[in-house]
Design a protein around this ligand. Structure first.
Ligand code: FE2
Length: 459
């Protein structure tokens, strides 16, 4: 009997072991080159200043209201304040509409910014291409963008995803690769913009070069901004004690349209998606403005109109790399139960310079006495995706915790971008593209089924 019992136990251990193996995630064996990422020099072609006196540069747009019928146009003029006017219209040769913006400057230690212009274009027609022009005289520059379709449950729409971009040769590879996918109508940016703070005195010239670098995409489609730690720019040692000064002067968000009282957390609706942007470095404890705003905003989500509920934040809640380990833990503890309660489809984060996708899991049962503190499969929970692999100067996060946690479905330390392609109210196709492959190649894919209309076990 004793021998039989041992044999049975051994068989059981083998079966359990196999089951664990079957459920284990994938740590990709792909190995990219491991050379350090180097910032492009100031005279790189992607940083080129446009020709002409006081020519507008660093042109970028973001969504300007709650539902996508407004756009904020931003640009910088270097020599003089110039004009705050944006001329626009639906015909390339007849920009018969115009809107008036405002202009500002800021200083940062020994740096003085150019003249930063922001202008809101409102009451735009849905699903339309608009052409717009900024600048004066011989230095006028013209761009275009497409407004999203009307809000509705079955409206297909494609979002791009980039995080932690910076301005290295790898950043350039990521952005070039992303632009090759011309289906994406808007970019969800998960924080850490220019990495100017890696330079002495946070040399804000690198904020300018970054603005020129992203223009080739950001002037033509809205980039939805999430704030990261590299936007804080808090440097008391040189007298810079106002956090977020460069970012808040340069990159506006439509925060007030969603009832938010701060630039860094807000919400927009676009086509069939409701996108909630959280701020990892703004207070989120109970009673704080961000906490109260999120609590109210989640109640406003109408899945019958916007079935896809997407959350963006910077510091990931689930991360199995040995970098920034558990930095997102306090925010997870504060908000994860709401993500499950409201059946969020996916949470995108950056911060860790690599790629990782989780299964649908939650860790919300712990109550300080019950010892239930492990992530468990949960079909109402979001998929957590870390996409901080834009290619910045700090290089790749290559060191992973081992063994790979069972909640981690796929992880790989390569630079890249992702595409979230909403097909209808039930399905979205997600792809992650590493820079070393052609644009058509997806290194990681997942068919998402919607948590409200079709909550199958999809992860
Ligand atoms: Fe970060």
């Amino acid at each position: 009997m004793g021998y039989q019992r041992v044999a049975f136990l051994l068989a059981l251990i083998t079966v359990v072991g196999l089951a664990v193996q079957c459920n284990a995630g994938v740590t990709s064996t792909y190995r990219r080159r491991l050379a350090a990422s180097v910032d492009m020099p100031l005279d790189a072609d992607v940083f080129q200043i446009p020709s002409g006196y006081n020519a507008p540069q660093q042109v970028h747009i973001t969504q300007g209201d709650y539902d996508g019928t407004a756009v904020i146009v931003s640009w910088v003029t270097a020599d003089a304040p110039g004009s705050n006017t944006v001329k626009y219209g639906k015909s390339k040769n007849n920009l018969h509409l115009s809107a008036e913006g405002n202009v500002r400057q800021y200083t940062f230690y020994n740096y003085t910014s150019g003249y930063i212009h922001h202008c809101l274009l409102q009451n735009l027609e849905i699903d339309s291409t608009y052409y717009y022009a900024v600048g004066e005289n011989d230095s006028v520059r013209q761009f275009s963008f497409k407004t999203p379709p009307a809000i509705g449950p079955d409206v297909p729409y494609t979002f791009g995803l980039i995080g932690d971009l910076g301005q290295t040769y790898d950043s350039n590879s990521t952005l070039t690769h992303y632009k090759a996918n011309d289906d994406a109508g808007a970019l969800l940016f998960v924080g850490d913009f220019s990495y100017a703070d890696n330079y002495p005195n946070h040399d804000n010239v690198r904020w300018d070069t970054w603005g020129r670098f992203i223009e080739s995409s950001a002037a033509y489609q809205p980039w939805i901004w999430t704030v990261g730690n590299h936007e804080i720019d808090f440097v008391p040692s040189i007298g810079e004690t106002v956090p977020y000064k460069p970012m808040s002067n340069r990159y506006p968000t439509p925060y007030s349209a969603s009832g938010s009282t701060e630039l860094f957390y807000y919400s927009v609706r676009r086509a069939s998606a409701h996108i909630i942007v959280l701020a990892s470095y703004t207070a989120y404890g109970k009673y704080t403005p961000q906490y109260q705003w999120l609590q109210a905003e989640l109640k406003k989500v109408d899945r019958t109109q916007t079935p896809w509920l997407i959350v963006l934040l910077h510091s990931p809640w689930y991360n199995s790399y040995n970098y920034h380990y558990m930095e997102g833990e306090t925010m997870r503890v504060q908000f994860e139960a709401w993500m499950v309660q409201y059946k969020v489809d996916v949470v995108f984060a950056g911060h860790v310079h690599a790629y990782e996708r989780s299964h649908r899991i939650s860790n919300i049962n712990y109550n300080i006495t019950n010892a239930n503190c492990l992530p468990v499969p949960n079909n109402n929970a979001p998929v957590y995706i870390t996409i901080g692999d834009g290619g910045n100067i700090e290089g790749l996060a290559t060191n992973m915790t081992e063994p790979q946690p069972s909640y981690s479905a796929f992880r790989e330390a390569s630079f890249g971008h992702a595409i979230f392609d909403i097909k209808n109210r039930t399905h979205a196709y997600y792809t992650w593209h590493r820079n070393q492959d052609g644009n058509a190649v997806a290194a990681d894919t997942m068919w998402f089924t919607n948590r409200y209309f079709n909550p199958t076990n999809d992860s």
